[in-house]
Design a protein around this ligand. Structure first.
Ligand code: NI
Length: 176
């Protein structure tokens, strides 16, 4: 396994739309393993392949504190969404940035697992938020782009100022 470097906003490669995975083979499983190790090491609770500059529809998520509830989503599709929730989000591609984002409260997602087997998952709470955040990455979207133009400009200015010194991840907050 290998730790993969994570792209940082506003890297234009974060805006590339990921391609469908035709077949879940050993190459994809290697990617999943490397992404999982990189997510745990960061530390984060979710990572999309886009963030490690691989533009394939692959996501890993583990919202547990014990790192033993890994969820792998290959070719995820949102088939239902309901409710509304506003929650503070962070992102491994924007170290030190935490902002409230409005999203669906519950989602139903269809995907394939690391063996290529299809499954359907109903999620709510933090997991539902995380799934939506990571699926946005596959579409080339970063969570701050859901905020007002003014807020986005302020965040960009802050990032430019701190570009020489990346803050350490905040252990009390969650990065997706
Ligand atoms: Ni993210």
């Amino acid at each position: 396994m290998a730790l993969l470097p994570i792209l940082h906003y506003p890297d234009p490669r974060l805006h590339q739309v990921a391609a469908k995975v035709d077949r879940v083979d050993d190459r994809i499983r290697q990617l999943i393993n490397d992404m999982t190790e990189s997510m745990y090491s960061a530390p984060g609770i979710g990572l999309a392949a886009t963030q490690v500059n691989v533009h394939m529809r692959v996501i890993v998520i583990d919202i547990s504190e014990t790192h033993d509830q890994l969820c792998v989503f290959v070719n995820p599709e949102l088939i239902a969404a309901g409710g509304e929730v506003e929650r503070e989000e962070g992102c491994l591609s924007l170290p030190g940035v935490y902002e409230k984002v409005r999203r669906a409260e519950r989602v139903t997602v269809r995907a394939q697992d690391a063996d290529g087997r299809p499954f359907t998952l109903e999620a709510e709470g933090l997991l539902a938020v995380c799934i939506q955040h990571e699926m946005d990455h596959l579409e080339g979207k970063v969570f701050v782009e859901k905020l007002s133009r003014l807020k986005q400009r302020r965040i960009l200015n802050r990032i430019k100022k701190q570009v020489r010194r990346t803050p350490p991840p905040d252990a009390r907050r969650l990065a997706l």
